[in-house]
Write a protein that binds this ligand. Structure first.
Ligand code: ADP
Ligand code: MG
Length: 633
């Protein structure tokens, strides 16, 4: 035995390893303890954090509380009041059941638990350091339980290094809080960061109002109710209709038996259900699945966020059909939403997106029940085409945008050479800075001849052949460098004051990072002023941005920043990229000759005229020699 290299691990090490599985970051602490509070029947939960939860997290509930004896047990590994037999593992009546969370949190923090049962004379308190109790007391706290976690990971320095900035961790906690809040609209939930209210969910709310508190009233108002059952799977909740989507970032909230989960099959099912409507914006939905406990395994991951479905295909189809069903429900089914509101044209007249009415004389998205709806026959496989009871727009323009249009003759014998089906990229070569020459006639005396192809590409001649310029990629490059310059020089870009300031509402998560970004936004030409909770007044926008696009552009900027590595403190590159993307001329925008000339001239003055900030090519050339060859000269 003396020589044995294998030995049992000391208990504190075991507990720390177990803690690592459950407690990854401050948000996991909040998740576990909020779930415990819900299991304890709380109707009110308060979450308060400071410094991203790194220095302290307080979670207080008014639930059933614990007796002194229970309090002494709850932080020991594998102690629970919720699971008695292995059979119980397959039921989800409560959130917890592994008896790991409190022990794991205790192992990596300094923890004070205070709890009082309804009829108890006083509250009991225990203080632990790294899982070891070092002090007990009583006090006069009201019924319920509070967990105060201080100095998280004080004894696990490596884990600390994996944490993000305070803002990032706080926004992760906010995500956890809002996910649980939407599953429990009847519970009052407050979340404060460094003493400031960040989320308030008022008790007694219905789901739509709770969604309004979490995602914004604008989103909540447009949402259609989902209520559908198939193959023993009930799907309920809300989804934003395709034509009311405004953001590029999807917001999908999934729950199984009311427990927040993450599941790729559900994501795919929802995304596919939106696809035929041709929206270029990302889906938003809050969906609850209920099914028999045997149909779902929640023990895949210690924090129970991932689940495994016994029949993924059934889940896919149920979710997919549920969303479709919601989009098709006749008006009477959801009287709270006015049809005008839903079908109002999007305020972007100057920039027809692929789904704009100009391209499709029929309204793209109408919730009127089709006269003779074919009985939806359920496809066998998930890849089978889904039944579509009313016309879905084909992404007609998209095809054009992805691939330049083809020149075709009606007469099959009289073939005009299709330039773009030449073998292997048709010898259209992306240019390099070395071989780029400005269009030959790009001097003042003879204005260059540009024309626009599919309202997406500029076409002109240069000394070597035919130039194709992607107007969106080119404009992004120009704007990106402008933004970088002004951020670097701390010089604000020109802004135009809005005569009638727009009110813009953000999700609680987004609103939590905006205060730290106001100055930077100013530099980029967006003047924002706090207007109300999660709501800002947009008072000025970048000079060249069409007014019709200002709000949308701001939203895109905010969501791009929010998606970045560090939303509270984004890099200049991230900001410049996002700004360029949200302000640039879009594919599909009609340009005047002057605009085209200006765009090309500005592009040629940038540091890297060949590629967009995200690495897409801006320019390509079809060489004259290639054209000669094709015409057999
Ligand atoms: P689990 O939730 O899996 O049972 P935990 O480690 O999260 O395991 O909690 C251990 C036990 O502590 C719970 O079973 C419960 O009895 C008690 N407990 C934890 N938090 C609370 C709370 N907020 N209110 C009442 N009891 C609680
Ligand atoms: Mg628990």
């Amino acid at each position: 035995m003396e020589n044995s290299r294998i030995h049992a691990l000391p208990e504190d090490v075991i507990n720390q390893i177990a803690a690592g599985e459950v407690v990854e970051r401050p948000a996991s602490v909040v998740k576990e303890l909020m779930e415990n509070a819900l299991d304890a029947g709380a109707s009110r939960i308060e979450v308060q954090i400071s410094d991203g939860g790194k220095s302290s997290i307080l979670i207080r509930d008014n639930g059933c509380g614990m007796s002194e004896a229970d309090l002494d047990m709850c932080y020991l590994p594998h102690t629970t009041s919720k699971l008695k037999t292995a059979e119980d593992l397959f039921h989800l009546a409560t959130n917890g059941f592994r008896g790991e969370a409190v022990a794991s949190i205790a192992a990596v923090s300094k923890l004070t638990i205070t709890s009082r049962e309804e009829d108890a004379a006083e509250a009991h308190q225990v203080h632990l350091t790294g899982g070891t109790p070092d002090c007990k007391a009583t006090d006069a706290s009201p019924r319920g339980t509070s967990f105060l976690i201080e100095d998280l990971f004080f004894n696990a320095p490596v884990r600390k290094t994996f944490l993000g900035s305070d803002t990032l961790e706080a926004s992760r906690i906010l995500d956890t809080v809002t996910r649980l809040a939407m599953a429990n609209p009847n519970v009052r939930i407050d979340y404060k960061v460094n003493g400031r209210d960040v989320f308030t969910g008022v008790e007694g709310n219905d789901l739509r109002s709770r969604i309004a508190e979490a995602l914004g009233a604008g989103i909540a108002r447009t949402m259609l109710p989902v209520d559908y059952e198939e193959a023993g799977i009930r799907v309920s909740g809300f989804a934003v209709p395709p034509d009311a989507l405004k953001n590029k970032r999807s917001k999908l909230y999934f729950y199984v038996q009311k427990r927040p989960i993450w599941n790729p099959v559900m994501t795919k099912a929802v995304t596919r259900a939106y696809e035929p409507y041709g929206s270029t914006n990302a889906p938003i939905a809050v969906l609850f699945l209920e099914m028999e406990d045997v149909a779902v395994d929640v023990n895949v991951h210690p924090n129970k966020r991932e689940v495994r479905f016994a029949n993924e295909n059934d889940v896919f189809l149920a979710v997919h059909h549920a969303i479709r069903d919601a989009f098709q429900k006749p008006e009477e089914d959801h009287p709270t939403i006015s049809l005008e509101e839903i079908t109002a044209p999007s305020p972007m007249p100057s920039a027809p997106a692929p789904s704009m009415p100009t391209l499709h004389p029929e309204p793209l998205f109408t919730r009127k029940a089709p006269a003779a709806e074919p009985a939806p026959s359920l496809p066998e496989k998930e890849s089978a085409p889904m039944p579509m009871p009313f016309p879905c727009p084909k992404p007609a323009e998209k095809t054009v945008r992805e691939k330049p249009s083809k020149y075709r003759s009606d007469d099959p014998d009289d073939i005009i050479q299709d330039l773009f089906s030449l073998p292997e990229n048709g010898n259209i070569i992306p240019l390099t800075p070395q071989n780029l020459r400005p269009p030959t006639r790009m001097d003042k005396s003879t204005p260059p001849q540009f024309f626009q192809l599919a309202n997406t590409y500029l076409v002109c001649e240069d000394s070597e052949g035919l130039l194709l310029i992607d107007q969106n990629a080119a404009h992004q490059r120009i704007l990106y460098e402008q933004a970088l310059n002004s951020l670097g020089a701390q010089a604000a870009l020109e802004s135009q004051e809005l005569l009638f300031p727009e009110i813009v509402e953000f999700s609680a998560a987004e609103a939590s990072v905006i205060p730290s970004l106001l100055e930077t936004f100013d530099q980029l030409g967006f003047h924002l002023e706090l207007f109300g909770k999660n709501t800002y007044q947009l008072r000025g926008t970048p000079r060249d941005l069409p007014f019709s696009r200002s709000v949308e552009s701001l939203r895109e900027l905010v969501s791009a920043v929010f998606e970045g590595d560090d939303p509270g403190n984004p890099s200049q590159e991230t900001l410049a990229k996002a700004w360029a993307k949200s302000n640039a001329i879009q594919a599909g925008d009609k340009l005047s000759t002057e605009e085209m000339t200006q765009l090309m001239a500005s592009l040629l003055t940038t540091q890297d005229p060949m590629s967009s900030p995200s690495g897409r090519p801006t320019l390509m050339r079809l060489p004259l020699s290639e054209i000669h060859k094709r015409f057999k000269r």
